[in-house]
Design a protein around this ligand. Sequence first.
Ligand code: F6R
Length: 605
Amino acid sequence: MCGIYGYIGEKSVDEVMKGIKRLEYRGYDSAGIAFQNRERLCEDENTKNGENITLIKNKGEISNLEKIVLNKNLKSNVAIGHTRWATHGEPSIKNSHPHFSGDGKWAIVHNGIIENYLELKQELQTQTESDTDTEIVARLLEKYFNGDVLSTIKNVCHKLKGSYAFAIITSHSPDKIFVAKHGSPVVVGYGKSYGVVCSDINSIKGENIYVLENDQYAIIEKGKINIFDKNLVAIDVGKLGAVKKVERSKLGDYSHYMLKEIDEIPSAIRRTLKEYENIEALEKILPKEKFKKFKNILIIACGTAYHAGLVGKRLFEEEGIYCESEIASEFRYKPFIERRKTLAIFVSQSGETADTIGALKLCKQHGLKTLAITNVRNSSITFEADYCIYTNAGSEIGVASTKAYNCQLVIFYILSKYFNYFKTGDEKAYYDEIKNLKNIARLIKKNDIKSKCGYIAQKIYKSKSIYMIGRGLDYFIAAEAALKLKEISYIHCESYPAGELKHGTISLIDKNTYVFAFVTQEKIKDKTFSNINEVVAREGKIILFSQFDNSNKKVCEEIKVPLVKERYYPLFIINYLQLISYYTALLLGNNPDKPRSLAKSVTVE
Ligand code: F6R
């Protein structure tokens, strides 16, 4: 989703261009930059001058913006940039950020959504140039300017409903970037000769990095930052404690992050296990005395993380623990049922997903204890949750989640055994689980499936519609597999519980339809094989993933998967589907790292 990068110091325009390129992986459809500039540049549809500030923006890839910016050989010491993922108004030059105030004395970039912007627009009684909520904020700053920039920003922020991270430059106070935060992530930092602001801890470059909390403000200057609380009382930055910078992975010899990240799955699993391989390590984070009182579990997440939660639910159920699993954006708006002795678990790779965090806050308001499972240290969710465990998958840049999903599953395997240990006092089951998971990581590494997956991609890539079926854990594999395939191939793909197909959806199956079937659970395999026969009877083309011998010779393709304990198949088989999705996207000429319309971090509701 949208990204902010601002820089004060030499070559600020170049630094901001590099910064917004690092934000590219989060998804965007236009980009722009504003910088302090005493010269007036020649104006056109991309370039506009304000008062000692110039804006340059363009639609589409950052390279489109780069072409204009690099030609101009711009020199400035203060710049802010933005990558926009359209919410209010189509992707266009006029709607991309930064936005000017009417007098051109303020330029602003914004992540988040101002919910009451139409009301505020009426209050302003002025024409705007764009359709965005953000321009309204720029115009409010102009209208309510009281001689002091920071207090004006605070007063305007108090009028806003919704979420925001703002970076603002103004000719009233050049040589500074002003930052405000409410609900959308933003980090600030400085070194001897520069100051920097960024919406993504993975993408900031610099030393002395601080994560702003809600309703804090910052003034960034060359060589220093000042942070203020909601009443503009200065906070002693020395006492805040700078956060450790996250090392961002490099593409190396790979052509895409997605493939690199799939290849990293075994090492990512090992890293996840390493932190928790001693039960005492987990006990330090999740104290046994507090956790053993939880009798029920509620798992909440979105997208792929929700699918990991579905597997988690089943794993807890296997230990006899009642567990619900909910989609965050649904859970937030349904009647809240009060629950006792319930631990609410929130799964989020980015730790920034607005609906997941919203659901977490709701559960807290109702007195539930909350545990976040996330991949990103110092992400917003880590400040909101009572407890936090990390997946340690390493930075995930490809928009389609791969290794982070596998690591989320690993955490659920471990947690289910940790809860079992409260009931039985049996540590052995916990350590066996760690051993088994290490073996699975080894097996994934050894399992040379790329050419097989490329071959399946060749078969399916011209399809109009694909179905994925399974029962129990196999259905959860199907759910994640279908999401992966559709999000990067743009082929319509649906997952179904195998037994549910005949209640309607089977009418869509014909001789042109591929149906991926997952059959790994002994207890229900015969039932799924019957459902497969029903598909074959309608001339549907089955691609079967199973460790069992298949008496039904009519399947179109059969992938015999290595024998592992049944509970580990969701962790193991998804590797095939991640690769098949990747190769299918390539065959269709799509960039799997940046699927259309998608963002890596979904910070709007
Ligand atoms: C799909 C995918 C998304 C995310 C979802 C939640 O590949 O990545 O479905 O899983 O947007 O994101 P996080 O896990 O960051 O909360």
